[in-house]
Design a protein around this ligand. Structure first.
Ligand SMILES: CSC[C@H]1O[C@H](OP(=O)(O)O)[C@H](O)[C@@H]1O
Ligand SMILES: Nc1ncnc2[nH]cnc12
Length: 291
C-alpha cells in the first residue's frame, strides 16, 4: 500500500492554501528546469498536502511560460499520488454560469507552444489519454462539493487554448457548436504530463465568465474575471479542506490504470535508449526504467 499524498495546483486567484498546517517550503530541483514556485508542503486533517501555484508568486507566469514538465516532475519527486488542478475557465453553456465548478472529464488540446511530453528522442513512450481524469479522484471531489453545497457539474470537456489573448467571437462560437463545456489555458499539457508521471489527475474548472459567445455578455476582461475569481477561490479552499478531511489515507489503485500507465507505453528498445534522457526520467519513469 502507498500512502496518499494530495497535490493541489492553484490557478488564477489561488496563490496559497490557508488551512495548510505545519507548512514548510521545499525547493526541489528538477532536471526539466524551473518549476513555477517552491512547493509548499504541509497537512490538512493529517493528510499530507503539496501545494504549487501554477502561475508563480504574484502571477508572473503566463500560461505559455509555465514549465509544466518541471511542475509535474517536482510534484512526482515530492511523492504526490493524486493531483487536483484548480483552474479558472470560461463557459460555453448557459447551464454552467459563473460560480459553477465543473469536474471536467475530457480535454481538447489546442495549445501549440508548449513542451507536452517527458519522452522523446532516445526514449519514446505513448500513454493513453482516452480517459484523462482519474474517476476516484473526481468522485471524491464531487462528494466534497456536495458536502460544501457548492454548485458543480459532473463531467464536461475543457478546451485548452494557447492564449494569452482570449478567443475571437468566431472561435468561441465554434467551440460552443462543438459541444465543449469550458475553456481555459492551462490544463494541457498538465493532464498529459501527470498521466506520463503516473499521477492521478482531476481538474476543477471554476467558471468565471461566458467567454464572448453569449449575446447578453460583452467581451470577457480580466477585471470582470477577477470579481468572480475571488469568490470562486474561497469556495475552492473550502472544497480542498473537505476533500482532505475525507480523503482515503492510503492511495487507492486507479481503476483506469493511471498508476501503471507506463507499463504498456515504452517502445524504444533498451539498447537504443539515450542514457542522458533516462537520467532525466528518474522520477517520472523510474518505476519502469529501474527494472
Ligand atoms: C485570469 S483569466 C485567464 C487565466 O485564468 C486561467 O488560469 P488557470 O487555469 O491557471 O486558473 C486561464 O487558464 C488563464 O491562464
Ligand atoms: N474565457 C476564458 N477563456 C480562456 N481562459 C479563461 N480563463 C477564465 N476565463 C477564460
Amino acid at each position: 500500500m502507498t500512502k496518499a499524498v494530495l497535490g493541489i495546483i492553484g490557478g488564477s486567484g489561488i496563490y496559497d492554501l490557508p488551512g495548510l498546517e505545519n507548512v514548510h517550503e521545499e525547493a526541489i530541483a528538477s532536471p526539466w528546469g524551473e518549476p513555477s514556485a517552491p512547493l509548499r508542503r504541509g497537512e490538512m486533517a493529517g493528510l499530507p498536502i503539496v501545494f504549487l501555484p501554477r502561475h508563480g508568486p504574484g502571477h508572473a507566469l503566463s500560461p505559455s511560460d509555465i514549465n509544466y514538465r518541471a511542475n509535474i516532475d517536482v510534484l512526482k519527486r515530492a511523492g504526490v499520488t493524486d493531483l487536483v488542478a484548480l483552474s479558472a475557465c470560461g463557459s460555453f453553456k448557459e447551464e454552467l454560469p459563473p460560480g459553477t465548478f465543473v469536474l471536467v472529464d475530457q480535454f481538447v488540446d489546442r495549445t501549440h507552444k508548449r513542451e507536452s511530453s517527458f519522452f522523446g528522442k532516445g526514449c519514446v513512450a505513448h500513454v493513453s489519454m482516452a480517459h484523462p481524469v482519474s474517476p476516484l479522484l473526481a468522485k471524491h471531489l464531487a462528494a466534497a462539493a456536495e458536502a460544501e453545497r457548492i454548485a458543480f457539474a459532473r463531467g464536461g470537456t475543457y478546451l485548452c487554448m494557447e492564449g494569452p489573448q482570449f478567443s475571437s467571437l468566431a472561435e468561441s462560437l465554434t467551440y460552443k457548436a462543438q459541444g465543449y463545456s469550458v475553456i481555459g489555458m492551462t490544463n494541457m499539457p498538465e493532464a498529459k504530463l501527470a498521466r506520463e508521471a503516473e499521477i492521478c489527475y482531476a481538474s476543477v474548472a471554476m467558471v468565471t465568465d461566458f467567454d464572448c459567445w453569449h449575446p447578453a455578455h460583452d467581451a470577457v476582461t480580466v477585471q470582470d474575471i477577477i470579481r468572480v475569481l475571488n469568490s470562486n477561490a474561497e469556495k475552492a479552499k473550502a472544497l480542498v479542506a473537505r476533500l482532505a478531511r475525507d480523503f482515503p489515507r492510503e492511495h487507492e489503485p486507479c481503476p483506469i490504470g493511471t498508476d501503471c500507465a507506463l507499463d504498456t507505453a515504452l517502445i524504444t528498445a533498451p539498447t537504443a535508449r539515450d542514457p542522458q534522457l533516462l537520467a532525466k526520467l528518474d522520477a517520472v519513469a523510474g518505476r519502469v526504467l529501474r527494472t
